[in-house]
Design a protein around this ligand. Structure first.
Ligand code: BG6
Length: 480
């Protein structure tokens, strides 16, 4: 879908996210025909660089993050010619006039500012953009986590942004919402007549949401140690997955309708009981050192793993727990939402010893796709022998090889900013409600000076997390 000509200013334009994700993503969108010839991308940062030096830097980033062999040299040249650089001091006066002049000259209809900088700069940059008149009432501003550290800081951040921008101008990224399968979850639920009648406590035994990573703190030990899995993953990514799985069908697929429904889910979450929250920290394994070494903090009590049993107090879900888990240095990189259905009310066939009930599994990574676990008769003359089988649909198989080349989450989200579609972005009240719920859990751990339970690197999490399920006569799906 073509978009209107735009001017996109990336603060932190020389930073890691810009070079790794944002600019390569924009290049791919240009290949897909989504970048009007008038579009301009302006990197803004503190260092003094010429346009040329910036273009060279980004040429290198494209080589690294897309791969020199995959680049189309002519297209890459055209892309680079649309890049500009502005030296701007976020906290001072330098560069703002020049930025304003550049934008006003041949201004494009859409103006967006991507704040790919630390959260302490969100407020000052927003204020500058407003005071200098560089941001107009139709401009858009994009921010990304950490959106606060707790409820109080999240509120302060929202208030700072609100001084200069209306909520309809603010795009809060959670990159999980840009993942293809996450959006497919909505399609599966709301474009099929098959599932929605069963999507409730009467038919669903429980839901498991897993975001398992095999990497450790990945060189971000210092940041991560102040954050931990709860703030880094649960408050945002897992919460979003939970909301999309549990929400009521919105009246229309429209930003505020969808976000209203998600907010209702967060507000219906019961406080988590202390014995239904498990935190863990990885020990050393064959693949690497323990968490404390990675985090360079020998006394760290930060969790690299969380498992929770979550109750949603509403008509649809009372009685159906949602189990959430996420962790670093686990056996495999695997993210999925598994909806486990109840057994049929009356069994007329002998049960398999290892029988498993119906499940709908939405896989985010790897091999994005959907699997339905069913019980069927084993073929052959041996009588009514049953077997549990997966009905598998990977997007690449179902929709052709191009589906394997789907746009990255950032690509999709940036184009939504340009289009002015906030559906896949978090609203301020959602973020605050999520913090309010998370804070209670974090406060409890803090008060009890809770020590995270050790787990083996390369394993599937602490014993207590397994026990959380066993206790209910259930078990986690394999991490593989
Ligand atoms: C980020 C977290 O938001 O998401 C990281 O800060 C985590 O710690 C990452 O590794 C996971 O994202 P993805 O897309 O690789 O699943």
């Amino acid at each position: 879908i073509p978009v209107e000509p735009f001017d996109l200013v990336i603060f932190g334009g020389t930073g890691d996210l810009a070079r790794r994700k944002i600019l390569p993503g924009l290049y791919r969108r240009m290949l897909a025909g989504q970048m009007p010839t008038e579009a301009r991308i302006i990197g803004a940062a503190r260092s003094k660089l010429s346009h040329k030096a910036f273009r060279e830097m980004i040429a290198e980033a494209l080589d690294t993050f897309i791969g020199a062999e995959k680049l189309d040299p002519e297209m890459a040249k055209t892309f680079l010619s649309r890049l500009h650089y502005m030296h701007v001091d976020a906290m001072g006066e330098d560069g703002w006039d020049d930025l304003g002049a550049l934008l006003d000259k041949d201004a494009n209809p859409v103006r967006a500012f991507y704040l790919s900088v630390g959260p302490s700069l969100f407020g000052p940059i927003a204020e500058k953009l407003y005071n200098t008149g560089i941001a107009t009432s139709s401009s858009r501003i994009v921010v990304e986590k950490p959106l606060g550290h707790d409820l109080a800081s999240a509120k302060a951040l929202n208030a700072q942004l609100a001084e200069s921008f209306d909520e309809r101008q603010v795009y809060r990224i959670d990159h999980y919402l840009g993942k293809e399968t996450v959006q497919n979850l909505m399609a599966v639920r709301f474009a099929n007549a098959l599932f929605e009648p069963l999507w409730n406590a009467r038919h669903v035994d429980h839901v498991q949401i897993t975001v398992s990573e095999s990497i450790g703190t990945g060189g971000r030990g210092a940041y991560y140690d102040k954050s931990g899995a709860m703030r880094d993953m649960v408050q945002n990514h897992l919460m979003q997955l939970l909301c999309l799985t549990a929400m009521e069908p919105p009246g229309r697929f429209e930003a505020d309708r969808v976000r209203d429904e998600k907010l209702k889910v967060i507000r219906a979450l019961e406080p988590v009981q202390p014995d239904e929250a498990v935190r863990g920290q990885y020990r050393a394994g064959p693949e690497g050192p323990d968490y404390k070494t990675d985090a360079e903090n020998p006394d760290s009590r930060t969790e690299s793993y969380v498992a929770l049993k979550v109750h949603i107090a509403n008509w649809r879900w009372t009685g159906t727990p949602f189990y959430l888990r996420t962790g670093k240095r686990l056996r495999a990189r695997m993210s999925e939402i598994a909806v486990i259905f109840k057994e049929p009310p009356h069994a007329i066939f002998p049960k398999l010893p290892a029988h498993q009930s119906n499940a709908l599994v939405i896989r985010l990574q790897p091999d994005e796709g959907i699997t339905m676990r069913m019980t069927i008769k084993e073929p052959g003359p041996g009588g009514m022998r049953l077997a549990d089988v997966p009905l598998d649909m990977t997007f690449a198989d179902a929709l052709g090889p191009d589906a394997g080349d789907m746009p990255d989450a950032y690509e999709r989200l940036i184009m939504d900013v340009i289009r002015g579609d906030q559906t896949l972005f978090m609203r301020g009240d959602e973020v605050e409600a999520a913090w309010e719920w998370t804070d209670a859990i974090l406060d409890d751990w803090q008060e009890r000076r809770d020590v995270p339970k050790p787990y083996d690197a390369g394993g599937s999490g602490p014993e207590d997390a397994l026990a959380l399920m066993h206790h209910d006569g259930r078990r986690w799906r394999e991490i593989e």
